[in-house]
Design a protein around this ligand. Structure first.
Ligand SMILES: Nc1c(NC[C@H](O)[C@H](O)[C@H](O)CO)[nH]c(=O)[nH]c1=O
Ligand SMILES: CC(=O)[C@@H](O)COP(=O)(O)O
Length: 139
Protein backbone atom coordinates (compact mmCIF):
# COMPACT_ATOMS: atom_id res chain seq x y z
CA UNK A 1 0.00 0.00 0.00
CA UNK A 2 1.49 3.34 -1.07
CA UNK A 3 1.43 6.48 1.05
CA UNK A 4 0.55 9.38 -1.25
CA UNK A 5 0.91 13.00 -0.24
CA UNK A 6 -1.35 15.44 -2.03
CA UNK A 7 0.12 18.94 -1.95
CA UNK A 8 -2.45 21.54 -2.89
CA UNK A 9 -1.96 25.18 -3.77
CA UNK A 10 -5.22 26.56 -2.45
CA UNK A 11 -5.67 29.64 -4.63
CA UNK A 12 -9.24 28.88 -5.75
CA UNK A 13 -11.17 27.01 -3.06
CA UNK A 14 -14.00 25.61 -5.19
CA UNK A 15 -11.72 24.46 -7.99
CA UNK A 16 -9.31 22.80 -5.61
CA UNK A 17 -12.15 20.94 -3.93
CA UNK A 18 -12.99 19.30 -7.26
CA UNK A 19 -9.38 18.47 -8.05
CA UNK A 20 -8.88 17.01 -4.58
CA UNK A 21 -12.02 14.87 -4.90
CA UNK A 22 -10.74 13.40 -8.14
CA UNK A 23 -7.24 12.79 -6.85
CA UNK A 24 -8.44 11.18 -3.61
CA UNK A 25 -10.91 8.94 -5.46
CA UNK A 26 -8.19 7.72 -7.81
CA UNK A 27 -5.78 6.96 -4.97
CA UNK A 28 -8.44 5.10 -2.96
CA UNK A 29 -9.62 3.17 -6.04
CA UNK A 30 -6.05 1.92 -6.45
CA UNK A 31 -6.00 0.74 -2.83
CA UNK A 32 -3.60 3.32 -1.44
CA UNK A 33 -3.76 5.92 1.32
CA UNK A 34 -3.37 9.68 1.12
CA UNK A 35 -2.74 12.77 3.18
CA UNK A 36 -3.13 16.40 2.09
CA UNK A 37 -1.15 19.52 2.91
CA UNK A 38 -1.85 23.04 1.70
CA UNK A 39 0.40 25.84 0.45
CA UNK A 40 -0.58 29.37 -0.62
CA UNK A 41 0.08 29.05 -4.36
CA UNK A 42 1.52 26.96 -7.17
CA UNK A 43 4.97 28.50 -6.82
CA UNK A 44 5.22 26.89 -3.36
CA UNK A 45 4.35 23.41 -4.61
CA UNK A 46 7.83 22.20 -5.64
CA UNK A 47 9.39 23.41 -2.40
CA UNK A 48 6.69 21.79 -0.31
CA UNK A 49 7.15 18.47 -2.09
CA UNK A 50 10.91 18.73 -1.64
CA UNK A 51 10.44 19.23 2.10
CA UNK A 52 8.04 16.28 2.27
CA UNK A 53 10.48 14.03 0.42
CA UNK A 54 13.04 14.70 3.13
CA UNK A 55 10.63 13.31 5.72
CA UNK A 56 10.81 9.89 4.05
CA UNK A 57 7.16 9.32 4.99
CA UNK A 58 5.65 9.24 1.48
CA UNK A 59 5.99 7.06 -1.61
CA UNK A 60 4.40 9.38 -4.16
CA UNK A 61 3.12 12.93 -4.51
CA UNK A 62 0.32 14.73 -6.32
CA UNK A 63 0.61 18.46 -6.96
CA UNK A 64 -2.77 20.16 -7.15
CA UNK A 65 -3.42 23.78 -8.12
CA UNK A 66 -5.10 26.21 -10.48
CA UNK A 67 -3.40 29.08 -12.30
CA UNK A 68 -5.77 31.34 -14.22
CA UNK A 69 -4.41 34.05 -16.49
CA UNK A 70 -4.68 37.62 -15.20
CA UNK A 71 -3.37 40.88 -16.63
CA UNK A 72 0.38 40.39 -16.31
CA UNK A 73 3.27 38.09 -17.10
CA UNK A 74 2.83 36.55 -13.68
CA UNK A 75 0.68 33.81 -15.23
CA UNK A 76 3.69 32.58 -17.22
CA UNK A 77 5.96 32.75 -14.21
CA UNK A 78 3.62 30.83 -11.93
CA UNK A 79 2.69 28.28 -14.59
CA UNK A 80 6.13 27.67 -16.00
CA UNK A 81 8.13 27.78 -12.81
CA UNK A 82 5.82 25.50 -10.82
CA UNK A 83 5.96 23.00 -13.67
CA UNK A 84 9.73 23.35 -13.97
CA UNK A 85 10.21 22.77 -10.25
CA UNK A 86 8.05 19.66 -10.32
CA UNK A 87 9.82 18.34 -13.42
CA UNK A 88 13.18 18.80 -11.71
CA UNK A 89 11.96 16.72 -8.78
CA UNK A 90 10.68 13.96 -11.05
CA UNK A 91 14.09 13.85 -12.73
CA UNK A 92 15.49 12.99 -9.29
CA UNK A 93 13.30 9.88 -9.29
CA UNK A 94 10.46 11.26 -7.16
CA UNK A 95 7.02 9.96 -8.21
CA UNK A 96 4.91 13.06 -8.77
CA UNK A 97 1.74 13.71 -10.75
CA UNK A 98 1.25 17.29 -11.91
CA UNK A 99 -2.35 18.36 -11.38
CA UNK A 100 -1.77 22.08 -11.75
CA UNK A 101 -4.32 23.58 -14.14
CA UNK A 102 -3.08 26.53 -16.20
CA UNK A 103 -6.06 28.04 -17.95
CA UNK A 104 -7.24 31.20 -19.66
CA UNK A 105 -10.43 31.47 -17.61
CA UNK A 106 -12.50 29.84 -14.89
CA UNK A 107 -14.74 27.95 -17.32
CA UNK A 108 -11.74 26.09 -18.69
CA UNK A 109 -10.63 25.34 -15.13
CA UNK A 110 -14.03 23.99 -14.05
CA UNK A 111 -14.21 21.62 -17.02
CA UNK A 112 -10.77 20.23 -16.12
CA UNK A 113 -11.20 20.16 -12.35
CA UNK A 114 -14.59 18.45 -12.30
CA UNK A 115 -14.18 14.70 -11.67
CA UNK A 116 -17.33 14.17 -13.79
CA UNK A 117 -15.73 15.99 -16.72
CA UNK A 118 -11.98 15.88 -17.46
CA UNK A 119 -10.92 14.92 -13.90
CA UNK A 120 -7.38 16.28 -14.09
CA UNK A 121 -6.95 15.70 -10.36
CA UNK A 122 -7.64 12.01 -10.82
CA UNK A 123 -5.34 11.92 -13.80
CA UNK A 124 -2.52 13.48 -11.83
CA UNK A 125 -2.95 10.92 -9.06
CA UNK A 126 -2.89 8.08 -11.59
CA UNK A 127 0.27 9.50 -13.12
CA UNK A 128 1.97 9.62 -9.71
CA UNK A 129 1.04 6.00 -9.04
CA UNK A 130 2.26 4.97 -12.50
CA UNK A 131 5.64 6.60 -11.86
CA UNK A 132 5.83 4.89 -8.44
CA UNK A 133 5.17 1.53 -10.07
CA UNK A 134 7.88 2.27 -12.63
CA UNK A 135 10.37 3.19 -9.92
CA UNK A 136 9.59 -0.05 -8.09
CA UNK A 137 10.04 -1.99 -11.34
CA UNK A 138 13.47 -0.46 -11.95
CA UNK A 139 14.42 -0.09 -8.28
N1 LIG B 1 -1.95 33.88 -9.49
C1 LIG B 1 -1.88 32.60 -8.96
C2 LIG B 1 -0.95 32.27 -8.00
N2 LIG B 1 -0.08 33.22 -7.54
C3 LIG B 1 0.63 33.08 -6.26
C4 LIG B 1 1.94 32.32 -6.39
O1 LIG B 1 1.75 30.96 -6.69
C5 LIG B 1 2.72 32.41 -5.08
O2 LIG B 1 1.93 31.83 -4.04
C6 LIG B 1 3.05 33.83 -4.71
O3 LIG B 1 3.75 34.43 -5.78
C7 LIG B 1 3.90 33.92 -3.42
O4 LIG B 1 5.10 33.21 -3.61
N3 LIG B 1 -0.88 31.01 -7.51
C8 LIG B 1 -1.75 30.04 -7.95
O5 LIG B 1 -1.69 28.88 -7.50
N4 LIG B 1 -2.69 30.35 -8.90
C9 LIG B 1 -2.78 31.60 -9.42
O6 LIG B 1 -3.67 31.85 -10.30
C1 LIG C 1 -1.78 33.76 -12.60
C2 LIG C 1 -1.62 34.97 -11.82
O1 LIG C 1 -0.58 35.27 -11.28
C3 LIG C 1 -2.74 35.91 -11.82
O2 LIG C 1 -3.79 35.41 -11.02
C4 LIG C 1 -2.30 37.25 -11.28
O3 LIG C 1 -3.10 38.17 -11.91
P1 LIG C 1 -2.43 39.49 -12.53
O4 LIG C 1 -1.49 39.01 -13.63
O5 LIG C 1 -3.60 40.28 -13.05
O6 LIG C 1 -1.68 40.16 -11.41
Amino acid sequence: MARVLIVEARFYEHLNDMLLAGARAAIEAAGHVHETVTVPGALELPGAISLAVESGRYDAFVAIGVVIRGETYHFEIVSNESARGIMALTMDGIAIGNGILTTEDEAQAIRRADPAQLDKGGGAAEAALAMLALREKFG
